[in-house]
Design a protein around this ligand. Structure first.
Ligand code: NAP
Length: 277
């Protein structure tokens, strides 16, 4: 008698206990009535390659990758999608039937889907976007905004060399603003995005002057702990349409789930509640 294998997936990080992915993925497995398991796995950097090579033999069909492995995994993967190469990081791994490890980055997709849902009237071509921060998540956001047709991105980062590297990788539509003059770029923006970790629980608050945020423009934060950061609260007071970062987390998980378990899950209030549990 042949045994039907139950597909396994999970999230690899160090630390990983804080991850909201297991509650979310298990919620989708349950509501869709699919067989499968999703487990958090604490893996140290030195063990990453061994673990990734072994998991497919144990029935794993893929994994999410989180801090600190998102860049390192590109060196291990046999195949890397163009967008993961451009961003320089991956968050989704597929263990292919031919034995190859494929790395992809779905953060930009998640970011855009979240904006489409939370700010349906925002038109990418309608004007410049201001982006605060130039870390790994910023690269995914910038790639997706340029792809969507945003005419110009005004970028600022505490460490200037990091924004310069990003601008040189992404071309002339990215303009750098000095960190001490960051407030100035908000006057022209139709969309302002915080991609830095400022405002996250346990991190310093954002101190950029926000009076330039214009009524009716869109403000979104990648930070989702707390759900309403001070940046979003201030933007709301100034009449902006605000979109929190939890939706991005939910949407970025969709392509991996669909690929691993064979059905496209829905991002709805029940999925949001599951991730917050
Ligand atoms: P990262 O690569 O470590 O980048 C961190 C960014 O925050 C850099 O721009 C860094 O500036 C800036 N920063 C940190 N401390 C600062 C301070 N004290 N003053 C000024 N700037 C500071 O991290 P990441 O992967 O890009 O993640 C950034 C944030 O996005 C995190 O809070 C993460 O949880 C969140 N995120 C959310 C989602 C989602 O689905 N919602 C997805 C990915 C990431 P320097 O270059 O000067 O250090």
């Amino acid at each position: 008698m042949t045994e039907t294998k139950i597909p396994l997936a999970g999230v690899i990080g160090a630390p990983v206990a804080h991850s909201k992915s297991p509650q979310l993925q298990r919620h989708w497995l349950k509501t869709l009535g699919l067989k499968g398991h999703y487990v958090p796995m604490h893996v140290e950097p030195d063990d990453l390659e061994n673990v990734l090579r072994t998991l497919p033999q144990m029935g794993f069909v893929g994994v999410n990758i989180t801090i600190p492995h998102k860049e390192a995994v590109l060196q291990i993967a046999d195949l890397v999608t163009d967008r993961a190469t451009l961003i320089g990081a991956a968050n989704t791994i597929i263990f292919r039937k031919d034995g190859k490890i494929q790395a992809d980055n779905t953060d930009g997709y998640g970011f855009l889907e979240n904006l489409k849902t939370g700010a349906p009237n925002w038109v990418p071509q309608s004007g410049p976007a201001a982006v605060i921060g130039a870390g790994g998540a910023s690269r995914a956001v910038v790639a997706s905004l340029l792809d969507a047709g945003v005419p110009e991105i005004m970028l600022t980062n505490r460490t200037r060399v990091r924004s310069e590297r990003l601008a040189s990788d992404f071309g002339s539509r990215v303009q750098i603003y000095d960190w001490v003059q960051a407030g100035n770029m908000l006057d022209d923006a139709v969309l302002t995005v915080n991609t830095s970790s400022l405002g996250m629980i346990g991190k310093p608050e954002m101190r950029i002057p926000l009076d330039g945020l214009r009524h009716g423009t869109v403000a979104t934060d990648l930070v989702y702990t707390p759900l309403k950061t001070r940046f979003l609260a201030t933007a709301e007071e100034q009449g902006c349409v605000v979109v929190d970062g939890l939706g991005m987390l939910l949407h970025q998980a969709v392509p991996g789930f669909e690929r691993w378990f064979g059905q496209r899950p829905t991002v709805d209030s029940a999925a949001r509640a599951a991730a917050l549990r």
